[in-house]
Design a protein. Structure first.
Length: 174
């Protein structure tokens, strides 16, 4: 017990004497050049297939080490980062062009419109068609629709009613 107390006091004195000590950098992860290179390659190939093997070889790492290090550096696995980047690109296309959803999906590297809709809905919380209509409506009118009510863009919408839930009859006895 005395040994533990001495270590604590010794450590406390060091911290007090050096208040500007920086936390130790995280061990592992990609080097900054590797992270930049991997993200750039994924961005360049956003509309096409890109393999982990290709990214790993460009970063001079094995596939498993690259995947683990990428997640440690970015907080997301490479595939999740790529999908979210594709969704961001899709948002730009949805707002900046009149492309149909199927063409937007293919331009962003999704296999088809169904895959695009699933990923977009999971990431954003609404389907791409609904997202586009709401954003275009917001640009035209300057108002946001919440349920059956409208609010000025930027207004506090915490008191607004949300779209009502439909009753579920699955568990009720008829």
């Amino acid at each position: 017990m005395r040994q533990t107390g001495r270590i604590f006091v010794s450590h406390s004195m060091q911290v007090i004497d050096c208040p500007e000590t920086l936390p130790a950098p995280l061990a592992g992860g990609l080097a900054p050049w590797q992270e930049t290179r991997a993200k750039a390659l994924m961005t360049i190939h956003l509309g096409h297939d890109i393999t982990l093997a290709f990214l790993a070889s460009e970063c001079k790492l094995s596939v498993s080490h690259f995947a683990r290090s990428f997640k440690q550096s970015t907080g997301k696995p490479p595939h999740r980062w790529l999908l979210e980047s594709r969704v961001e690109k899709a948002k730009e296309l949805l707002m900046g062009t009149d492309l149909p959803l199927a063409q937007t999906a293919l331009a962003c590297g999704f296999a088809d419109q169904s895959h695009f809709t699933r990923v977009f809905s999971r990431t954003v919380g609404t389907s791409p068609g609904t997202w586009r209509r709401l954003r275009l409506n917001q640009q035209i009118t300057g108002r946001v629709i919440f349920g059956n009510e409208m609010a000025d863009a930027g207004a506090d919408t915490t008191e607004m009613t949300q779209i009502p839930e439909f009753p579920s009859y699955r568990n009720s006895a008829l």
